[in-house]
Write a protein that binds this ligand. Structure first.
Ligand SMILES: [Ca+2]
Length: 196
């Protein structure tokens, strides 16, 4: 028994740094976990849904009538701050589904803001009607991140740009609107930020 404990302790310590769900994560098993909405909806709070997630609880945004502007899921404060060491080169993973597949919108799907700079990523895929996993690597090596600052918009994001944003990260947003129809619902679950 003692030998087994000696073996398990280093394994657990190793897992604390490499096997966990990431620097910050959201499973939504009991609440919306402080996620909010950015965009021109009156409501700033996503809807909490207890079952049917990926798995269990999850959050949704219904865009009832929003002809202009885009709505986003906004991560809570525990995702923010100086996260360069934990997040640069790591992955951002989440599961999403949306309520239709007709007249879909392409565009800026994941946005990071910090240090007065911004970067965005086009996922190049639309969530399906069922839970769809997304995995995004946060680095400058062909990962698809572009500079989202007005003067450089669309240029590939450099490593320095991404690292500077992550040193003082003040906003993490995921697009919550993929349909041109007047009413759509997009749901989010299983978020892990800075996962190996
Ligand atoms: Ca869940």
């Amino acid at each position: 028994m003692r030998r087994r404990v000696r073996f398990l302790v280093p394994l657990v310590l190793l897992c604390l740094s490499a096997c966990g769900p990431g620097f910050a994560s959201s499973r939504f098993e009991a609440s919306i976990e402080e996620w909010t909405i950015d965009g021109n909806l009156d409501d700033r709070t996503p809807t909490y849904v207890e079952t049917g997630g990926s798995p269990g609880g999850h959050i949704c945004i219904t865009d009832a009538n929003n002809p202009a502007g885009t709505v986003y899921f906004v991560a809570p404060p525990r995702y923010l701050g100086n996260v360069e060491r934990q997040v640069y080169g790591a992955r951002f993973t989440f599961d999403m589904k949306t309520s239709g597949q007709f007249m879909t919108l392409q565009g800026r799907d994941v946005l990071l803001n910090g240090s007065g700079l911004s970067a965005s990523l086009d996922l190049r895929a639309i969530p399906s009607l069922d839970w769809t996993p997304f995995s995004v690597r946060i680095d400058a090596n062909n990962s698809g991140w572009v500079d989202d600052s007005p003067e450089n918009r669309g240029q590939p994001a450099s490593e320095e740009l991404l690292r500077t944003i992550l040193r003082n990260l003040n906003s993490v947003r995921i697009r919550a609107e993929y349909l041109m129809s007047s009413r759509s619902t997009t749901c989010l679950d299983n978020v892990a930020f800075g996962t190996p």
